[in-house]
Design a protein around this ligand. Structure first.
Ligand SMILES: NC(=O)C1=CN([C@@H]2O[C@H](COP(=O)(O)OP(=O)(O)OC[C@H]3O[C@@H](n4cnc5c(N)ncnc54)[C@H](OP(=O)(O)O)[C@@H]3O)[C@@H](O)[C@H]2O)C=CC1
Ligand SMILES: O=C(O)[C@@H]1CCC=N1
Length: 276
């Protein structure tokens, strides 16, 4: 049996727990969860997923095979300071923290541990995450199999070079938020052009799902698929002219580059503050 401990019980931890349970990789009995102080949140997770919740570190780490680090980057130094006496050589550490390098975690833990740095996204909740994984040399073949299995259960999982993880964070870690941002704009416009909210929502969702599936299944590139919707002198052309006038495509490119840069900054800030 695998015992999985989550240190941090926020959005990303919940997405992974929900996805792993929903897709029957494990049950709530296998999962232990703690956070900093939000007891109500832990109680909610216990009620919803049947996980064990505790602030007793002895309990959470006893016989744990896998330890997820799922706090914000700014909190990982304090968290590791507290948990490090409980970390054992055979425990696989999986960090989902944006920006924070494997080396930084090794230094904070002050012992040689198998460490995976992962960048999933919140679509793990429904088994649709895009997760990138990097590992250190202490991760065994068996542990790697387990990691692959866990992240494949919650979506697509690929091993990447660690230096690629900031870009993955900017692209697909943050990515769901960009799509929700577009959905928000579509919902707001629907209201203004006189469509009922519920009906418009169904049309928006189906349009996003349909376009995503076309991107997946059609052999055509995205720009070709866009062209096929855009009749000369038609409605799409008129709409897209407005987006071009506002340089929206360029803005999205800059958005992803900035998110990537922020991931690097989070990591640098973190390692510099350790050196200071
Ligand atoms: N949200 C997302 O879409 C994604 C997030 N990530 C990464 O996941 C990590 C968590 O993000 P997210 O879930 O959004 O953050 P949240 O703010 O939702 O959750 C953070 C959790 O960490 C807990 N925590 C803080 N300090 C400690 C501590 N010392 N010991 C134990 N638990 C602690 C908090 O507890 P309390 O509530 O009690 O303060 C809270 O449960 C981040 O590092 C982020 O970069 C990665 C991919 C996507
Ligand atoms: O916004 C963040 O920092 C985290 C990392 C990727 C998605 N959410």
């Amino acid at each position: 049996m695998t015992k999985v401990a989550f240190i941090g019980a926020g959005s990303m931890a919940e997405a992974l727990i929900s996805g792993m349970i929903e897709n029957q990789l494990m049950s709530g009995n296998d999962i232990w969860v703690t956070n900093k102080c939000n007891h109500e949140k832990l109680e909610n997770m216990k009620a919803q997923y049947g996980v064990t919740i505790t602030y007793e570190l002895e309990q959470i780490f006893k016989d744990a095979n896998v330890v997820f680090l799922a706090m914000k980057p700014k909190d990982v130094a304090d968290a590791l300071q507290t948990i490090k006496p409980h970390l054992q050589k055979n425990m696989l550490i999986i960090s989902v923290l944006a920006g924070v390098s494997i080396e930084s975690i090794e230094q904070l833990a002050e012992k040689e541990l198998p460490i995976v740095r992962a960048m999933p996204n919140t679509s793990a909740t429904i088994g649709k995450s895009a997760s990138a994984l990097s590992v250190n040399k202490h991760v065994s073949i068996e542990q790697m199999k387990l990691v692959q299995q866990m992240f494949e259960t919650v979506g697509l999982a690929s091993v990447v070079r660690e230096e690629q993880l900031d870009a993955v964070t900017g692209l697909s870690g943050s990515g769901p938020a960009y799509i929700y941002y577009l959905a928000e704009a579509m919902e707001k416009s629907a209201e203004e052009i006189g469509l009922e909210k519920e009906m418009a929502k169904r049309f928006i969702i189906q349009t996003l799902l349909g376009a995503a599936e076309m991107l997946e299944k059609s052999p055509k590139e995205s720009h070709q698929l866009r062209k096929e919707v855009t009749s000369p002198g038609g409605t799409t052309e008129a709409g897209l002219k407005v987006l071009d006038a506002h340089a929206v495509q360029q803005a999205f490119i800059e958005c992803i580059k900035e998110a990537t840069a922020q991931s690097k900054r989070l990591g640098n800030h973190f390692s510099n503050s350790r050196k200071a």
